[in-house]
Design a protein around this ligand. Structure first.
Ligand code: MN
Length: 499
C-alpha cells in the first residue's frame, strides 16, 4: 500500500539568461543534462531526477512551475543557476509553485584551471554570484527551501539532495493520506487531540472517525482458511511456542489482522488509530496486527493519536530502503542513575518490528487494562545506534515539530518478564536536559521513533510544511531552548508561511 519512491521524480531546472549567446546556452544545457543524470543514477537519490529545462525568460520559468504543480509524480524542483539568472524573472514562478524547492548551489567546473582561466570560463561558471541573486529573491519572498552547497560530483551534496527528495516524497504522499480514527480518542487525554481541519490545511492529510462496527464487519468476514494461512506465516517469520501456535488467542489475533487489513485497503487508508477503551465487538486490542501493518508502511497511533499516525506514515515513506526501521513509540519508564539516566521506550503492544534486532518472538499475555482477551504481540529488543524521537504538537495557533536525538544502548540485562518490544535510549545531551526541554516544548509521550531517518529529514519536511521545528541535541541547553520557544512564539504569530 505504501507509495514507492521509484514512482516519484524531481525536476532539475537551470536558470540562465540570453546575454551570453547561443554557444554558452548550449553548454549550459548540456552541463545541466549531465548533472541531472549524475544525480539520477546516484544511490543516494532514490527518486528519478529529470532534467527539465534551461529557463531564460519569466514565461519559461512560470511554465515550469505550473507544470510542476500539475504533475502527479513531480514531488519538487531542484534549481541551479549555472550562470547569472536575473531573479525578477523568478518572482511569478516562486509565487505560484506549490511543490517543495531545493536550491542546488553547485558549479559545473570543480577546481579553477589556474593557467587557462579566461573571461569565457568566468562567464560560463557564474554560480557563485548567480546563486546569490536567486537566493536573494527567494529569501525576499520568504520562500521556504533547502539550500545545498557543494560540487555535484561530491557524495555529501548528493546525500543531502537525497534526504530532501525523501522528505519531499513523504510530504507528497501526506497530501493524499487518509487517516482512519477508529473509536476516537482515549477518554480525557489531551495531547492526542488537536485541530484536524488545520492539520489538513497545513499537511494535507485528512482524519475521519469510524465506529467499531465498520471494522468488526471486516473481521467477521475473514475465513478460517485465511486465518490458518496467516498463522503459518507467523510461524515462518517469528519464534513461537507450540502452545501459542495452537491457541485461540493467536487465531483471534490473526483474524483481527486480516480484518484490519481489509478495512484499511478498502478505505484507501495510509494510517489509522485505535484505542483500548473502544473495542466494542472485538475480542482483543490489535497487537501483532498493528505491529505488522506498521512494518508494511501504515502509520499507526495508539489511543486515538492521529498526529503521530500521520507523521509515522510520512516517515515510513521517507525511510524506504534505508537501514534502521521506524516505529510508533512511547517514553515508558526511566532508568534513573546518577550520571547516566536513560529512557525505556515501549508501548502496551504496538511497536514496529522494522526496528527489531534479530527474530521477534510471538507471545500471548494478558493486557492488564481494557478488559479484553489476551492479545498476541511480537516481543523484541533493538540494537544500539543513533535514532530520533519526533513529536508533532498542536500548539493551538500552529503546529510544532519536536525532535530529540538519542543513542540506543543495550540494557546489559535480560528482561525475562517484560512481554513487550522495548528499546533503551540515552537522550542527547542527557536525560535531565532532554526531558526538561521536551516537556517545556509540549512534546507528547507518543513519538515517531526512527533509526533510519535523521533530524535533517525532519528539518526538510518542516520547511515544506512551513511549521516550527525545535531540536534537542548534543548542543541543547534548557535556558537557550526556552528562549527559542519564546522567540518562535513571536515569529509564528507574525508570520505563518507556507512552502
Ligand atoms: Mn500510549
Amino acid at each position: 500500500m505504501i507509495r514507492k519512491l521509484e514512482e516519484f521524480e524531481v525536476w532539475f531546472v537551470t536558470g540562465s539568461q540570453h546575454l551570453y549567446g547561443e554557444e554558452i546556452l548550449q553548454n549550459v544545457a548540456s552541463h545541466s543534462g549531465e548533472i541531472a543524470q549524475a544525480l539520477n543514477v546516484s544511490p543516494h537519490i532514490p527518486v528519478r531526477v529529470v532534467y527539465k529545462a534551461v529557463v531564460t525568460t519569466p514565461d519559461q520559468v512560470s511554465q515550469v512551475a505550473i507544470q510542476a504543480n500539475a504533475s502527479e509524480n513531480c514531488i519538487g524542483l531542484v534549481v541551479w543557476m549555472h550562470t547569472f539568472s536575473p531573479a525578477k524573472m523568478w518572482i511569478r514562478a516562486l509565487d505560484i509553485l506549490h511543490k517543495p524547492l531545493a536550491h542546488f548551489h553547485t558549479q559545473y567546473n570543480s577546481e579553477i584551471p589556474w593557467s587557462e582561466i579566461d573571461m569565457d570560463f568566468m562567464n560560463e561558471n557564474q554560480s557563485a554570484h548567480g546563486g546569490r541573486e536567486f537566493g536573494f529573491m527567494a529569501t525576499r519572498m520568504r520562500k521556504n527551501r533547502k539550500v545545498i552547497v557543494g560540487h555535484w560530483q561530491e557524495e555529501e551534496a548528493r546525500r543531502r539532495i537525497g534526504i530532501w527528495t525523501r522528505a519531499a516524497a513523504g510530504w507528497h504522499v501526506l497530501q493524499q493520506t487518509k487517516v482512519a480514527r477508529i473509536g476516537d480518542n482515549m477518554r480525557e487525554v489531551a495531547v492526542t487531540e488537536g485541530d484536524k481541519v488545520e492539520a489538513q490545511m497545513r499537511f494535507g492529510f485528512s482524519v475521519n472517525g469510524y465506529g467499531l462496527g465498520d471494522l468488526v464487519k471486516h473481521i467477521d468476514q475473514v475465513s478460517d482458511a485465511d486465518v490458518a494461512r496467516l498463522i503459518k506465516e507467523y510461524a515462518d517469520q517469528y519464534r513461537i511456542e507450540k502452545k501459542v501456535l495452537d491457541s485461540h488467542s493467536l487465531a483471534d489475533s490473526a483474524r483481527i489482522e486480516l480484518g484490519l487489513r481489509s478495512f484499511l485497503t478498502q478505505g484507501g487508508f495510509g494510517a489509522y488509530t485505535n484505542t483500548f477503551e473502544n473495542l466494542h465487538g472485538m475480542k482483543q486490542l490489535p497487537g501483532i496486527a498493528s505491529q505488522r501493518l506498521m512494518a508494511d508502511g501504515y502509520g499507526f497511533g495508539a489511543e486515538g493519536d492521529w498526529k503521530t499516525a500521520a507523521l509515522l506514515h510520512a516517515a515510513k515513506v521517507m525511510a524506504q530502503g534505508l537501514e534502521g526501521g521506524t516505529s510508533f513509540m512511547e517514553d515508558y519508564t526511566y532508568d534513573f542513575r546518577p550520571g547516566r539516566s536513560r529512557v525505556l521506550g515501549s508501548h502496551m503492544l504496538e511497536i514496529c518490528p522494522s526496528i527489531a534486532s534479530g527474530q521477534p518472538r510471538c507471545e500471548v499475555h494478558p493486557l492488564g487494562i481494557g478488559g479484553k482477551e489476551d492479545p498476541a504481540r511480537l516481543v523484541f529488543d533493538v540494537a544500539p545506534g543513533q535514532a530520533i524521537n519526533v513529536s508533532l504538537v498542536d500548539m493551538g495557533n500552529r503546529f510544532r515539530l519536536l525532535v530529540n536525538e538519542v543513542d540506543v544502548v543495550s540494557p546489559g540485562e535480560e528482561l525475562p518478564k517484560l512481554p513487550v518490544a522495548r528499546v533503551l535510549w540515552d537522550p542527547r545531551p542527557n536525560l535531565s536536559v532532554a526531558a526538561a526541554s521536551w516537556i517545556l516544548g509540549g512534546g507528547a509521550h507518543h513519538t515517531v521513533f526512527s533509526k533510519a531517518i535523521t533530524t535533517e529529514f525532519i528539518e526538510d519536511f518542516a520547511e515544506m510544511a512551513g511549521v516550527e521545528l525545535v531540536v534537542i541535541d548534543q548542543e541543547t541547553s534548557v535556558r537557550d531552548f526556552k528562549d527559542k520557544l519564546r522567540w518562535n512564539e513571536v515569529y509564528f504569530h507574525l508570520f505563518q508561511n507556507r512552502m
